[in-house]
Design a protein around this ligand. Structure first.
Ligand code: ATP
Ligand code: MG
Length: 264
C-alpha cells in the first residue's frame, strides 16, 4: 500500500464517563481511496470521523495526516493547521450544527475566506449553482429545508476543494436526484472519501472498500466492498440486515434481509 494519507495507529477513544469505544484501532487510507464506513447505530461511525478530522483527540495511539501526528501542538501550527483544515473536511451528521452565517452566500464564502483561498466569489457561484442553491443566496441558512441545509453544508466543503472528505450520512435528507449528483461529483473528483452510511445502494455506487464497525467500535471488516455487501451475516452485524418474520402461504418463517438492496 502506498504511503497513507490518513492513518489510525493503535487508536483508543472513550467518551467521558463511558466504556472505551475504540481500542487498538489500526487503519490506513491512501490518497484516492473511496471507503464506506458501515455499522449500526452507536457503533462509533461519527466518532471515528471526528477523530479523522482532528476534532477529537485519541486517548491512546495516534491519528496521522500525511505522516504527521494530529495533536494539539500540530494543530496549533498555523501553516499545518491551515492546510489541514482546507484538505481534510467533515460533513456533520446533523449539518445545521455547521451553519452559523447570516446568509447562504456568506456561509459558502466563509471557509475559503478564512483560509485565504483565491476566487471566493467564483467558488460560491460554482457550488451554489451545482447544488441548486443559487436562488437562495440571500436567505438565512436557518430558513432552508432540511435537504437544502445538507446541500449548503456540502457546498461549504466542496468550495474548499479539499483532498479528503469525511461525510457522515451525507444523503440522509437528500432527494434521489441530488444523491445521484453527489455520487457522480465525488467519483469524478478523484478525491479521497470516507463516507458513513446506512444506505447500501449509495455504498455500492460510491465505495471500493468497506470498513464495518460492530457494536461498541469493534472493527469487524476492512476490505473490498463487494464481498462485504454480499455477506448477510456481516451486514446483520453492521445493522444493515435483519431477521424478518414473513408469512408465505400462511407459513411464518424468518429471513435475513437487507432492505434497499434486495426486494425479496
Ligand atoms: N458527545 C458524546 N458524548 C458522550 N458519548 C457520546 C457522544 N457522542 C457519541 N457518544 C457515544 O459513543 C458511541 C458511538 O456514537 P457515534 O455517534 O459515534 O455512533 P454512530 O455509529 O455514528 O451512530 P449512528 O448510526 O446513530 O449515527 C455511542 O455509544 C454514543 O452514545
Ligand atoms: Mg453517527
Amino acid at each position: 500500500m502506498p504511503e497513507p494519507l490518513l492513518e489510525f495507529a493503535g487508536v483508543g477513544y472513550a467518551w467521558p464517563g463511558a466504556a472505551p469505544l475504540f481500542s487498538g484501532l489500526d487503519l490506513r487510507i491512501a490518497a484516492g481511496e473511496k471507503v464506506v464506513l458501515l455499522g449500526p447505530n452507536g457503533a462509533g461511525k461519527s466518532t471515528l470521523l471526528r477523530l479523522a478530522n482532528g476534532l477529537l483527540a485519541p486517548s491512546a495511539g495516534c491519528v496521522r495526516w500525511q505522516g504527521r501526528t494530529l495533536d494539539a501542538a500540530s494543530l496549533r501550527q498555523r501553516d499545518f493547521a491551515r492546510a489541514f483544515r482546507r484538505d481534510n473536511v467533515l460533513l456533520f451528521q446533523h449539518p445545521e450544527a455547521m451553519l452559523f452565517n447570516p446568509t447562504v452566500h456568506d456561509e459558502i464564502a466563509y471557509g475559503p475566506r478564512q483560509l485565504g483561498l483565491a476566487g471566493v466569489e467564483a467558488r460560491v457561484a460554482r457550488w451554489a449553482g451545482e447544488l441548486g442553491l443559487d436562488g437562495l443566496l440571500d436567505q438565512p441558512p436557518y430558513a432552508l429545508s432540511g435537504g437544502q441545509k445538507q446541500k449548503l453544508a456540502l457546498a461549504c466543503l466542496l468550495a474548499l476543494d479539499p483532498q479528503f472528505l469525511a461525510l457522515d450520512e451525507p444523503t440522509a435528507s437528500l432527494d434521489p436526484r441530488t444523491v445521484g449528483w453527489l455520487i457522480d461529483t465525488l467519483l469524478e473528483s478523484g478525491k479521497t472519501l470516507l463516507v458513513s452510511t446506512h444506505n447500501l445502494s449509495l455504498a455500492a455506487e460510491l465505495g471500493e472498500r468497506a470498513l464495518v464497525l460492530g457494536d461498541a467500535g469493534r472493527l469487524l471488516y476492512d476490505g473490498p466492498l463487494a464481498p462485504a455487501l454480499a455477506d448477510l451475516e456481516l451486514l446483520q452485524a453492521a445493522g444493515l440486515a435483519h431477521r424478518h418474520r414473513h408469512r408465505h402461504a400462511g407459513v411464518a418463517h424468518a429471513h435475513l434481509h437487507a432492505h434497499d438492496w434486495e426486494s425479496s
